[in-house]
Write a protein that binds this ligand. Structure first.
Ligand code: KIV
Length: 286
């Protein structure tokens, strides 16, 4: 049996070309098929199936609770909706730390679920070996530096990273090592604009910023933040383009009101028996 794998319009090479041509790269998170389709049709370059889904979709307190099974299910849903853009799946907490073999196997499972690349956090020697082995195995990797949510407990909270010259130099070195290991892009989260600019200017691979200012090669935001759906908290760096929370609440309230006042369903929303069957029915139950 021959299985044809269609290459997406946006590939790893598109990312590198966009950096060369100084064109901004656009990335959004998505977690379900229909949202992925709308973002894809709108022309976004890449969709990240972020482990932020743990908080915004599953209601966990942090990304630490997200499992490989959950990532596989959401990655498959997004991949069915996104036909054109590059789908990147987050490797969840502890899915790439026990051994290189397990990490590569788990990365492969996310590719099998439909992703074209995986993203992982940090740049320790061990993580760099994982990146290298993934790339050698045919799995493109995006790095993630600066504020790395899976290290929340080690970092001691949601804190801006790279606030000193020394710390910026440290992040730049990490980014260079990721690039050397084969990562084709690096997400920079919550770092000062000046630091992100310097890191971006000193890398050949593109940087994708979130809370990292204006000079990264691309931007990524969480879907529920841009849509105004996640109401627990709005980060300073997120811009709202819609207010789905209010739209959804309003729709639900209108529905409740229509049902309780017998305005729903109306004539246009019901099925009817034919006159003949209706008469027969009346006869049967006489
Ligand atoms: O999980 C996620 O949504 C992310 C972005 C914040 C970059 O990693």
């Amino acid at each position: 049996m021959s299985v044809e794998t269609k290459l997406k319009d946006v590939t790893v090479s598109t990312f590198l070309k966009k950096k060369e041509n100084k064109e901004k790269i656009t990335m959004l998170t998505a977690y379900d098929c229909s949202t992925a389709k709308y973002f894809d049709d709108a022309g976004v370059d890449s969709i990240l199936v972020g482990d932020s889904l743990g908080m915004v979709v599953l209601g966990y307190e942090s990304t630490h609770h997200v499992t490989m099974t959950e990532m596989q299910i959401f990655t498959a849903a997004v991949s069915r909706g996104a036909k054109r853009c590059l789908v990147v799946a987050d490797m969840p907490f502890m899915s790439y730390h026990a051994s290189i073999e397990e990490a590569v196997k788990n990365a492969g499972e996310l590719i099998r679920a439909g992703a074209s690349a995986v993203k992982l956090e940090g740049a320790t020697d061990f993580i760099l070996s994982v990146v290298k082995r993934c790339v050698e195995s045919g799995i493109p990797v995006v790095g993630h530096l600066g504020f790395t949510p899976q290290y929340l407990n080690v970092l001691g909270g949601y804190k801006i990273q790279g606030k000193s010259a020394q710390n910026t130099k440290f992040i730049l070195n990490q980014a260079k090592k990721l690039q050397e290991a084969g990562a084709f892009a690096v997400v920079l989260e919550m770092v000062p604009e000046e630091s992100a600019k310097l890191i971006t200017e000193n890398l050949d691979v593109p940087t994708i910023g979130i809370g990292a200012g204006r000079y990264t090669d691309g931007q990524v935001l969480v879907a529920d933040d841009i849509l105004g759906k996640y109401s627990e908290f709005k980060p300073k760096f997120a811009r709202r383009y819609s207010n789905l929370k209010d739209i959804i609440s309003e729709a639900a309230k209108n529905y409740i009101s229509d049902v309780t006042s017998a305005k729903f369903p109306d004539e246009s929303e019901v099925f009817h028996l034919s006159e003949e069957e209706h008469s027969a029915l009346k006869e049967i139950i006489k």
